[in-house]
Design a protein around this ligand. Structure first.
Ligand SMILES: Nc1ncnc2c1ncn2[C@@H]1O[C@H](COP(=O)(O)OP(=O)(O)O)[C@@H](O)[C@H]1O
Ligand SMILES: [Mg+2]
Length: 237
């Protein structure tokens, strides 16, 4: 496999073509952004930590029968993935209230959400990722109804696997965002799962261990990402 030209550079990762038309290389950079790209900083080792973290989670999901684009890790900061036609929608499951849902509905941070709730957002920084519903996705052609149902089903299955995994390691999976795409007609989990795209709290102290450390300037961002991984049994050296 040979890495070819860069196709797209997002806020945190760059996508490269390869000599295989079905495969891309995802390169995880140290760039860290918040507030729809308004604030961007480089955090040393973030690319490496998130790449290794994501590989671990994608493998766990695969073992649980949840298919993703992930093929394998190529280096500290690069992974090989299946080329997806991305659906421009973010799928969010929330187990505890934090972030935008608190503002939107006047809910206190930390309230248990039972049953866990599901939200779709349009992936569009300029529009600040507005919340959308199933009808918007179908009416505007972002995905067809069968794929909409699949995204919800898979996103909840991920919750079943990961809530348990984090809990066993003394952490609460507060919420998370997933992205999906189409590969040869089949819907697959794409993008990444890392502390950049979810919220994780220590079970006892409720210490924030995710990107809220960056958003809220709490310090020790990457050290804490590593602590999350190490509690799960990941080695970053
Ligand atoms: N397997 C894949 N095939 C094609 N594109 C992908 C795949 N996985 C992720 N992507 C896309 O690559 C980009 C990753 O870079 P990222 O820095 O997260 O971008 P963004 O700023 O758009 O969120 C995203 O737009 C994501 O949707
Ligand atoms: Mg992204």
């Amino acid at each position: 496999m040979e890495k070819r030209e860069e196709l797209y550079s997002g806020k945190a990762k760059s996508v490269y073509k390869t000599d295989d038309p079905d495969l891309y290389v995802l390169q995880f950079r140290d760039d860290t952004s918040a507030f729809d790209g308004l604030r961007v900083e480089q955090l040393e080792d973030k690319g490496k930590v998130n790449n290794i973290f994501n590989a671990f989670i994608m493998e766990k999901l695969d073992q649980a029968g949840i298919k993703s684009h992930f093929v394998g890790r190529l280096s500290d900061t690069e992974s090989l993935v299946k080329k997806l036609d991305m659906i421009p929608v973010e799928c969010v499951v929330r187990n505890l209230a934090a972030g935008s849902i608190c503002k939107r509905f006047g809910i206190k941070e930390g309230m248990e959400i039972n049953p866990p709730t599901f939200e779709f957002f349009l992936k569009n920084d300029e529009l600040h990722d507005p919340m959308i519903n199933d009808y918007h996705i179908a009416s505007f052609g972002w995905a067809d109804p069968a794929h909409i149902e699949k995204m919800k089903e898979i996103t909840f299955r991920v919750n079943g696997v990961l809530k348990e995994l984090f809990l066993k390691a003394g952490m609460l999976l507060v919420d998370y965002k997933l992205e999906f795409g189409i590969y040869k007609g089949e819907i697959l989990l794409g993008d990444e799962f890392s502390p950049d795209g979810c919220r994780i709290w220590d079970k006892e102290t409720r210490k924030k261990m995710d990107k809220d450390r960056f958003r809220q300037e709490l310090g020790s961002v990457i050290e804490t990402y590593k602590e999350v991984g190490e509690r799960l049994g990941i080695s970053f050296s």
